[in-house]
Structure formats: structure tokens, C-alpha cells
Design a protein around this ligand. Sequence first.
Ligand SMILES: C[S@@+](CC[C@H](N)C(=O)[O-])C[C@H]1O[C@@H](n2cnc3c(N)ncnc32)[C@H](O)[C@@H]1O
Ligand SMILES: [Zn+2]
Length: 364
Amino acid sequence: MPFYEEGEARVYYNDSAFLNPKAKLIRDMSVAFMRAAVPKSSSVLDCTAATGIRGIRYALEAGMKDVTLLDINRKASLLAKKNAALNKTKCKVMNKSIQEFANTCGARFGVIDLDPFGGVTPYVHDIMKIISDNGYVMLTATDGAVLCGAHPKACVKAYDAVPLHDELGHETGIRLLAGYVARVAAQFNLGIEVVMAISHIHYMRLFMRVSHGSDRATSSVNELGYAYHCGKCFYHHSEKALLPTMTLCPNCGSKLSIGGKIWLGKLYGRDIMAEMEKEMRDMGLAGAELKPLQTMLGELDSPLFYMIPKITKHLGTKSVSPNAVIEHLRKQGYMATKTAFDPSGVKTDAPLVEVEQTVRRLSA
Ligand SMILES: C[S@@+](CC[C@H](N)C(=O)[O-])C[C@H]1O[C@@H](n2cnc3c(N)ncnc32)[C@H](O)[C@@H]1O
Ligand SMILES: [Zn+2]
């Protein structure tokens, strides 16, 4: 049987278990997260394990002593068992659905990693039943087209929220995903805190701390609200609220697109992310592999951003570089940074009118 090597792991793979080499960076970051944030004694559930590569790497590279590899597919579980032994780990292997497991295991886990095919909505309810207080949930969604608004009806059906399908779609998509998790968690009197959120190739991945208690649940749903975006002048706004309150663009009077409910709380836990960066370097990662994390580390942690090429096109000016806009806004006393969601985007606390003036000045 052929081998695939990644990090310190070496796994057999064949048609009976899914393995995507393109997900290496996301797995690398997850290993770095475990090393940076999670005590080695925590119980870890890789609940959609396939070949087991993720959980095996958590055992080998993050020293996690209690790892369970779960998969609904019998052939995948057999392969995961072989792989756990091949890598000389003590990972336990279970062949069950996460739904059945969550209702029968009688235990809680310090870390749950969910990485199904497509969307996560059929699984979130069950993982909330078995996450420990202050435990971490990491989850990957690959239904980005739904979350980013290419199929709005499917998004409303699965997530009970309205997506934006424009240049803000990736950020609002990941916030919509976090909002959904916060609402499900709250039904179990659990609150979430997003520690890191990344949209990379066709993956959206959230790293969250989950805490128990009605107050925690209430404060996390208080982070939910709406994003407003004008497709004409590119004004944007967000507000934490139960219902949307705006319909027209205050800048140009056009009808606003409204996305929500979405998570409007923080996306980045900087202390953990800084530790993650160190861990990634220690793991031998460099250059382009560190870039997404470094961009996020430097990014203003506030909702939404301006796409500079859209603004120059709307104003009919020459193109200007996002870096020049950032520098100019900072000189005016505003906060301004790049965003990992788009290389042409600028996050800033400056109002649109200041961004427009900056663009005009720089392109003159
Ligand atoms: C995308 S693969 C996981 C890839 C793996 N995490 C990795 O990093 O290589 C999804 C896996 O989830 C499993 N799966 C799907 N539905 C499941 C369920 N309800 N409970 C447990 N496993 C499930 C599939 O059998 C498949 O092996
Ligand atoms: Zn407008």
C-alpha cells in the first residue's frame, strides 16, 4: 500500500479513506495550535479521522497522550488503526458516527476536531454535547460557496442566516459559520470564543474555546448581528443586534445588502497565534507557510474591510496600492492594516469618506 508522509507522520492511504495533501497547511496550523494552546493531558477526539493523519500528528508532534480517532466508515477506521500502529502511537480507534458516539460515549473531550465532507451543520449539535468546559473545538467547512453566498437559499436552509455574495463574502462567510456555532452552543448553555479563523483555498476553519454556563452562552450570542454593504459606493457597516436596523446606504442612498446573523466578536486570539507562529517555525515551516498567520497577526481585529480596487473604480481614479492607503490613513491617525481575507483589502476604523479622500490624494 502506498505511503503519504506529512510532518512526523507516515500513513498508508488507499481508496477507503480520504486524504487531501492540499490540506497540509491547515493540518500544520492545527498541530501548531495544539502545541501552543492545549495541555498534553487533554483528551482529543478526531471525530472525522479518515486515515487518522490529523490525530496521529497531534499525538506525535504535539505530544497528546489521549487521542481517539473516530470515523463512520469501517474501511477508513481499519486503515486508521493500521496507521496508529505504524506510527507507534497509542491512539484509540472507533468506528461509529459522531452522532452515535456523542450520545453513548459518556465522556467529555478537551479538544474536538471536526473535518467532514462539505458543511458542518449536521455535526455541531452532537459535538457540543461532549466538549469539556474551556475545551477547544476546531472545525473545517468546505461548503465555502454556500457560506460566501453563491447559493443563498442553501445557506438559509443550512445555517438559518443570509450570506453576502460580494468582496466581503469570505469574511462574512466565516463569521456566519461562527455565528451558527455560537447559536447551537448557546442551546446547550455554552459560550464560544473564536481563537483563530482562517479562510484558505477552499477551506474555512475555526478554532474556538468553548466554556460552560448560561452567562457565557448569553455573552456569546450577544456578539451576533448584521453586516451591511453597499454594492454601489462600497460603504460597509456592522452592528450587534437582534434584528437589522438599516436598509439604505447613508453614503449614497442605495439599497444595502444585509448579511446575518453573523459573529461580530473577535476572530483572533493574538497570544495563542503568536505562540503558534513560534511553533510553526520550530516545526520547520517558513515563508509562504507562515504568511497567512503573519497577516492575521498584523490584522486589525474588527469586522469588514474596504476593497481598494473597487473604490478606485467607483471614483474613476488611477489604481493605488493598499499599502499606500494604509500608510496614509495611519498618518491621519487612523488604524489601518491589510487583511488575510483579501490582498487588496484594507481594514480600518476610518470612515469611507476618509478612505475616498486618501485614494483621490494618492492617485492625483
Ligand atoms: C474530509 S474526511 C476527513 C479528513 C481528515 N480529517 C484529514 O485531515 O485527512 C471526512 C471523513 O469524515 C467521515 N465522516 C462522515 N460523516 C461522519 C459521521 N457522521 N461521523 C463520523 N465520521 C464521519 C468520512 O467517512 C470521512 O472519512
Ligand atoms: Zn452607497
